[in-house]
Write a protein that binds this ligand. Structure first.
Ligand SMILES: C[S@@+](CC[C@H](N)C(=O)[O-])C[C@H]1O[C@@H](n2cnc3c(N)ncnc32)[C@H](O)[C@@H]1O
Length: 209
Protein backbone atom coordinates (compact mmCIF):
# COMPACT_ATOMS: atom_id res chain seq x y z
CA UNK A 1 0.00 0.00 0.00
CA UNK A 2 1.26 3.49 -0.78
CA UNK A 3 0.88 6.52 1.47
CA UNK A 4 -2.40 7.62 -0.14
CA UNK A 5 -3.96 4.21 0.46
CA UNK A 6 -2.79 4.38 4.09
CA UNK A 7 -4.21 7.91 4.40
CA UNK A 8 -7.58 6.63 3.16
CA UNK A 9 -7.48 3.77 5.65
CA UNK A 10 -6.66 6.13 8.53
CA UNK A 11 -9.56 8.42 7.53
CA UNK A 12 -12.10 5.59 7.82
CA UNK A 13 -12.19 5.47 11.60
CA UNK A 14 -10.86 7.27 14.68
CA UNK A 15 -8.51 4.46 15.70
CA UNK A 16 -7.36 1.88 13.17
CA UNK A 17 -5.04 0.30 15.76
CA UNK A 18 -5.21 -0.33 19.47
CA UNK A 19 -4.05 2.78 21.33
CA UNK A 20 -2.05 0.68 23.79
CA UNK A 21 1.53 -0.41 23.09
CA UNK A 22 2.32 -3.79 21.61
CA UNK A 23 3.04 -6.30 24.38
CA UNK A 24 6.55 -7.05 23.10
CA UNK A 25 7.42 -3.35 22.99
CA UNK A 26 6.45 -3.20 26.66
CA UNK A 27 8.23 -6.44 27.53
CA UNK A 28 11.55 -5.55 25.90
CA UNK A 29 11.72 -1.78 26.29
CA UNK A 30 9.84 -0.65 29.40
CA UNK A 31 12.97 -0.54 31.54
CA UNK A 32 15.29 1.36 29.20
CA UNK A 33 16.64 4.64 30.58
CA UNK A 34 14.73 7.68 29.31
CA UNK A 35 16.15 9.30 26.17
CA UNK A 36 15.20 10.13 22.58
CA UNK A 37 13.16 7.61 20.59
CA UNK A 38 11.80 7.35 17.06
CA UNK A 39 8.76 5.25 16.14
CA UNK A 40 9.39 4.34 12.48
CA UNK A 41 6.14 3.65 10.59
CA UNK A 42 4.49 4.61 13.84
CA UNK A 43 0.98 5.00 12.41
CA UNK A 44 -1.31 6.68 14.94
CA UNK A 45 1.71 6.90 17.22
CA UNK A 46 0.81 4.51 20.02
CA UNK A 47 4.45 3.77 20.82
CA UNK A 48 5.80 7.30 20.49
CA UNK A 49 2.90 8.52 22.64
CA UNK A 50 3.56 5.84 25.27
CA UNK A 51 7.26 6.67 25.49
CA UNK A 52 6.61 10.41 25.55
CA UNK A 53 4.16 9.96 28.42
CA UNK A 54 6.99 8.18 30.25
CA UNK A 55 9.32 11.16 29.90
CA UNK A 56 11.04 10.34 26.61
CA UNK A 57 11.37 12.79 23.74
CA UNK A 58 9.59 10.93 20.98
CA UNK A 59 9.08 11.21 17.21
CA UNK A 60 6.33 9.53 15.25
CA UNK A 61 7.77 8.98 11.77
CA UNK A 62 5.32 7.65 9.17
CA UNK A 63 4.55 8.36 5.51
CA UNK A 64 0.83 8.81 6.20
CA UNK A 65 0.11 12.48 6.95
CA UNK A 66 -3.32 11.50 8.28
CA UNK A 67 -1.84 9.08 10.81
CA UNK A 68 0.83 11.54 11.93
CA UNK A 69 -1.82 14.26 12.25
CA UNK A 70 -3.88 12.03 14.53
CA UNK A 71 -0.85 11.38 16.74
CA UNK A 72 -0.16 15.09 17.03
CA UNK A 73 -3.77 15.72 18.08
CA UNK A 74 -3.49 13.02 20.74
CA UNK A 75 -0.16 14.43 21.94
CA UNK A 76 -1.81 17.84 22.35
CA UNK A 77 -4.70 16.29 24.34
CA UNK A 78 -2.10 14.66 26.59
CA UNK A 79 -0.19 17.98 26.92
CA UNK A 80 3.05 16.34 25.79
CA UNK A 81 4.34 19.67 24.45
CA UNK A 82 7.81 19.58 22.91
CA UNK A 83 8.38 15.99 24.07
CA UNK A 84 6.39 14.80 21.01
CA UNK A 85 7.15 15.33 17.32
CA UNK A 86 5.39 14.22 14.16
CA UNK A 87 7.33 13.60 10.94
CA UNK A 88 5.76 12.65 7.60
CA UNK A 89 8.36 10.72 5.60
CA UNK A 90 9.05 7.35 4.01
CA UNK A 91 11.06 4.92 6.10
CA UNK A 92 12.98 3.55 3.12
CA UNK A 93 13.95 6.91 1.59
CA UNK A 94 17.05 7.70 3.65
CA UNK A 95 15.41 10.63 5.48
CA UNK A 96 17.01 11.91 8.66
CA UNK A 97 14.94 11.74 11.82
CA UNK A 98 14.12 14.95 13.66
CA UNK A 99 15.55 13.32 16.79
CA UNK A 100 18.73 11.99 15.21
CA UNK A 101 20.78 10.49 16.79
CA UNK A 102 18.28 8.48 18.82
CA UNK A 103 18.76 6.23 21.84
CA UNK A 104 15.99 3.96 20.65
CA UNK A 105 14.23 3.19 17.37
CA UNK A 106 11.08 1.06 17.30
CA UNK A 107 9.81 -0.48 14.05
CA UNK A 108 6.45 -2.16 14.65
CA UNK A 109 4.63 -3.95 11.84
CA UNK A 110 6.29 -2.18 8.91
CA UNK A 111 5.17 -4.80 6.41
CA UNK A 112 6.98 -3.93 3.19
CA UNK A 113 9.09 -6.03 0.78
CA UNK A 114 12.52 -7.13 1.99
CA UNK A 115 14.62 -4.60 0.04
CA UNK A 116 12.64 -1.61 1.36
CA UNK A 117 12.67 -3.04 4.85
CA UNK A 118 16.45 -3.50 4.74
CA UNK A 119 16.77 0.15 3.62
CA UNK A 120 14.56 1.28 6.53
CA UNK A 121 16.61 -0.75 9.02
CA UNK A 122 19.88 0.64 7.64
CA UNK A 123 18.54 4.20 7.81
CA UNK A 124 17.50 3.69 11.44
CA UNK A 125 20.81 2.03 12.33
CA UNK A 126 22.92 4.93 11.05
CA UNK A 127 20.93 7.32 13.26
CA UNK A 128 21.37 5.49 16.56
CA UNK A 129 23.76 6.70 19.24
CA UNK A 130 26.62 4.29 19.95
CA UNK A 131 25.11 1.41 21.93
CA UNK A 132 21.56 2.58 21.05
CA UNK A 133 18.71 0.10 20.64
CA UNK A 134 16.77 -0.93 17.54
CA UNK A 135 13.74 -3.04 18.36
CA UNK A 136 11.47 -4.49 15.69
CA UNK A 137 8.33 -6.59 15.60
CA UNK A 138 6.61 -7.93 12.47
CA UNK A 139 3.89 -10.31 11.42
CA UNK A 140 6.15 -13.25 10.58
CA UNK A 141 6.13 -15.33 7.39
CA UNK A 142 4.88 -18.24 9.52
CA UNK A 143 1.77 -16.23 10.40
CA UNK A 144 0.45 -16.87 6.91
CA UNK A 145 0.00 -20.58 7.53
CA UNK A 146 0.02 -20.97 11.33
CA UNK A 147 -1.32 -17.69 12.71
CA UNK A 148 -4.18 -15.23 12.28
CA UNK A 149 -4.54 -11.67 11.01
CA UNK A 150 -1.96 -9.46 9.36
CA UNK A 151 -1.16 -9.16 5.65
CA UNK A 152 -1.76 -12.22 3.48
CA UNK A 153 1.06 -11.46 1.01
CA UNK A 154 4.20 -13.44 1.81
CA UNK A 155 6.43 -10.75 0.24
CA UNK A 156 5.71 -8.37 3.14
CA UNK A 157 6.02 -11.02 5.85
CA UNK A 158 9.74 -11.19 6.72
CA UNK A 159 11.53 -14.39 7.58
CA UNK A 160 13.98 -14.51 10.47
CA UNK A 161 16.76 -15.06 7.90
CA UNK A 162 15.80 -11.86 6.04
CA UNK A 163 15.67 -9.89 9.29
CA UNK A 164 18.98 -11.29 10.49
CA UNK A 165 20.62 -10.38 7.17
CA UNK A 166 19.19 -6.84 7.20
CA UNK A 167 20.25 -6.14 10.79
CA UNK A 168 23.72 -7.57 10.21
CA UNK A 169 24.15 -5.60 6.97
CA UNK A 170 23.36 -2.48 8.99
CA UNK A 171 26.18 -3.39 11.43
CA UNK A 172 23.76 -3.96 14.29
CA UNK A 173 24.47 -6.49 17.03
CA UNK A 174 21.47 -8.78 17.50
CA UNK A 175 20.88 -9.78 21.12
CA UNK A 176 17.64 -11.65 20.47
CA UNK A 177 15.76 -12.82 17.39
CA UNK A 178 12.90 -15.27 17.22
CA UNK A 179 9.23 -16.01 16.73
CA UNK A 180 6.79 -15.05 19.48
CA UNK A 181 3.15 -16.00 19.79
CA UNK A 182 0.60 -13.31 20.65
CA UNK A 183 -2.97 -14.01 21.68
CA UNK A 184 -5.61 -12.22 19.61
CA UNK A 185 -9.37 -12.37 19.86
CA UNK A 186 -11.35 -12.92 16.65
CA UNK A 187 -15.14 -12.61 17.14
CA UNK A 188 -14.63 -13.34 20.83
CA UNK A 189 -12.59 -16.49 20.17
CA UNK A 190 -8.92 -16.64 21.23
CA UNK A 191 -6.37 -17.32 18.49
CA UNK A 192 -2.63 -16.92 18.17
CA UNK A 193 -0.71 -14.61 15.87
CA UNK A 194 2.95 -15.28 15.14
CA UNK A 195 5.32 -12.33 15.30
CA UNK A 196 9.01 -12.03 14.46
CA UNK A 197 10.85 -10.03 17.13
CA UNK A 198 14.37 -8.59 16.95
CA UNK A 199 16.27 -6.77 19.70
CA UNK A 200 19.56 -5.24 18.57
CA UNK A 201 22.04 -2.50 19.44
CA UNK A 202 24.46 -0.26 17.61
CA UNK A 203 28.14 -0.97 18.26
CA UNK A 204 29.88 0.96 21.04
CA UNK A 205 32.62 3.33 19.95
CA UNK A 206 36.01 1.85 20.83
CA UNK A 207 38.62 4.45 21.75
CA UNK A 208 42.34 3.81 21.77
CA UNK A 209 44.42 5.27 24.59
C1 LIG B 1 0.40 -1.92 10.40
S1 LIG B 1 0.66 -0.20 10.56
C2 LIG B 1 1.56 -0.14 12.08
C3 LIG B 1 1.48 1.18 12.78
C4 LIG B 1 2.25 1.25 14.10
N1 LIG B 1 3.63 0.91 13.96
C5 LIG B 1 1.60 0.40 15.16
O1 LIG B 1 2.18 -0.64 15.52
O2 LIG B 1 0.51 0.76 15.63
C6 LIG B 1 1.90 0.09 9.34
C7 LIG B 1 2.30 1.54 9.19
O3 LIG B 1 3.40 1.62 8.29
C8 LIG B 1 3.30 2.81 7.56
N2 LIG B 1 4.15 2.63 6.38
C9 LIG B 1 4.05 1.69 5.42
N3 LIG B 1 5.05 1.82 4.53
C10 LIG B 1 5.80 2.87 4.95
C11 LIG B 1 6.98 3.49 4.48
N4 LIG B 1 7.60 3.06 3.36
N5 LIG B 1 7.48 4.53 5.17
C12 LIG B 1 6.86 4.98 6.28
N6 LIG B 1 5.75 4.44 6.79
C13 LIG B 1 5.23 3.38 6.14
C14 LIG B 1 1.82 2.96 7.29
O4 LIG B 1 1.45 4.29 7.01
C15 LIG B 1 1.24 2.45 8.61
O5 LIG B 1 1.03 3.51 9.49
Amino acid sequence: MDSRAWDDRYRTTDSVWSPTPNLFVKEYLANLPVGRMVDVAGGEGRHALWFSQRGWEAENFDFSAVAVGKSLERAAELSLGDRFHGHVAAADSGQDFLLSPANLVVIAYLQIPADGLAAAIANAARQLVAGGTLFGVWHARENLTEGVGGPQDSRVLPTLAELSAAFSAASLIISEIGLRRREVSVDGVAHEAIDAVVMARAPEIVTCS
